[in-house]
Design a protein around this ligand. Structure first.
Ligand SMILES: [Zn+2]
Length: 494
């Protein structure tokens, strides 16, 4: 079955053909780590996690890269307001992000680059853009991309340069040549994080990091670039401009964007007080309920989040889960031998369900239709179960067919949708997390202590001593004493 995807760049449904099958290179823009992840992040992360599982199911060897923006105005503002180092804020929210991802079953990417670990690569990229005449440095120590030099600017968001110029203006105090130009390198203000560069002390602009990460970890052309619809302009447009100005090759063969999340019909924002964090959701509901809600809407449509919809999704989830769990109960009933001949009718429903499921996914990843197909199978399973529970007996043929249906659900809802992994276990990452969500044990796990010691060592090497000290003090509070020796750091329980 050929997979067709809607490509934002062409504005059409296209057959998906990776550049070097079976390899598929995917990049998605990750989070800026200055606050808790919310349902908007959750949607994008769940969509692309599920899509990755689906590609793997199709036999592709996926290399998936998703970044962290760990230096940015919002992180700096938060650090100032808390009187903390900006890295402490970034590290805190990266740790929270991992808790969330593990809870909602989003697997880590193959590479998760951070801006602060890639400053030399970013500087190199900006230097090349200046050399090729696409960027210019100002006497103030800023570097801008010259949008007019890239003739195809606007091709992703379907805007023309003229129309964009008409709507743009240079803000007072800005040193750009053209209002559309965007910053590649920003001079740091006093007290802000700063790195040495040929243009003076500063930090990267947001749009450059993703290009540097893609070039370093995936190459000059990737198969799929993903992200939320809100990133199309200007972020992805700016990524294309930089990458293609340098290489002359397509940056991404397919651009895949998920629709936005609204809350009770309104845009989600802190000022409206309708900001829903992932933690809030999965402390109230099983995390699968959110996954199910996200996948019950086509990824390109808007998703209107509400607690009522979570309730509905919960009922659907319970229906699925119950159908799977009741298999164990069915096995305890009196099993009657079946008369010779004939195949149980449930087998044909299983076959039809799987056909519909994979057909829906192959047609622009219509998870909502794929899910509807599985719900039909569950209705048929429920008929068998209800009858068996009523009579306290089950025929051998019906029991076997029911088992085959459960296996089919493993194949679809578990392996691809990432649901039910605690009742149909597969992914060890997720099992560990579920344990971590329980009340923490009083005794710290040894591997965790080793990890903290290692992280502290990394912090010391980078001379971020406040973080190193915080780790040492926190461990001491838990009764773990560190001793720095010429052979490395040793620890013992006090
Ligand atoms: Zn990006």
């Amino acid at each position: 079955m050929t997979l067709k995807l809607f490509n934002t760049l062409s504005g059409k449904l296209e057959e998906f053909v990776p550049e070097n099958p079976p390899k598929v290179k995917i990049y998605t823009c990750g989070v800026t780590v200055y606050d808790e992840s919310h349902v908007g992040h959750g949607r994008s992360l769940i969509v692309f996690d599920t899509f990755r599982r689906y590609l793997e199911h199709l036999g592709y060897k996926v290399r998936f890269v998703r970044n962290f923006t760990d230096v940015d105005d919002k992180i700096i503002d938060r650090a100032k307001s808390e009187c903390k180092h900006f890295m402490e804020i970034a590290d805190r929210y990266i740790a929270r992000y991992y808790e969330d991802m593990e809870a909602i079953g989003v697997r880590p990417a193959d590479v998760e680059p951070r801006v602060t670990d890639h400053i030399p690569e970013i500087i190199e990229l900006i230097k090349r853009l200046i050399e090729k005449g696409y960027a210019y440095a100002t006497p103030e120590g800023n570097v801008y991309f010259s949008v007019e030099k890239f003739k195809e600017y606007g091709k992703l968001s379907k805007r023309s340069i003229d129309e964009l110029i008409a709507g743009a203006r240079v803000e007072p105090g800005e040193d750009k040549r053209n209002p559309l130009d965007f910053a590649l390198w920003k001079r740091s203000k006093a007290g802000e994080p700063a790195w040495e560069s040929p243009w003076g002390e500063g930090r990267p602009g947001w749009h450059t990091e993703c290009v540097a990460f893609v070039f370093k970890h995936l190459g000059e052309t990737i198969d799929i670039h993903g992200g939320g619809l809100d990133l199309v302009f200007p972020h992805h447009e700016n990524e294309i401009a930089q990458a293609e100005a340098l290489t002359g090759k397509p940056f991404a063969r397919y651009w895949m964007h998920n629709g936005l999340v609204i809350v009770n019909g309104q845009k989600m924002s802190k000022s409206l007080g309708n900001f829903v964090t992932l933690k809030e959701i999965y402390t109230k509901y099983h995390p699968d309920v959110l996954r199910l809600l996200v996948l019950s809407v086509h990824y390109r449509s808007p998703l209107d989040f509400s607690w009522e919809k979570m309730e509905t999704s919960k009922k659907v989830y319970e229906r699925i889960r119950q159908a799977v769990e009741d298999y164990e109960t069915l096995k305890t009933l009196k099993v009657e031998e079946t008369a010779e001949g004939g195949v149980h009718p449930l087998y044909s429903t299983i076959k039809e369900t799987e056909e519909k499921f994979f057909k829906a996914l192959a047609e622009d990843f219509k998870t909502q239709e794929a899910l509807a197909a599985v719900m039909e199978l569950i209705s048929e399973m429920n008929k068998i179960r209800n009858e068996a529970f009523r009579t306290k007996t089950v025929s051998k043929a019906a029991l076997e067919a029911y088992g085959a249906a459960v296996n089919s659900i493993k194949n679809t809802l578990r392996n691809i949708f990432g649901l039910l992994e605690d009742v149909l276990p597969r992914c060890p990452v997720r099992e560990v997390v579920r344990k971590e969500l329980e009340p923490a044990s009083a005794v710290l796990d040894e591997s965790l202590i080793d990890l903290l010691v290692e992280v502290r060592q990394m912090a010391r090497e980078r001379k971020v001593f406040d973080i190193a000290d915080k780790i040492r003090d926190a461990l001491k509070e838990k009764g773990i004493v560190l001793e720095d020796t010429p052979f490395g750091t040793k620890w013992k329980r006090a």
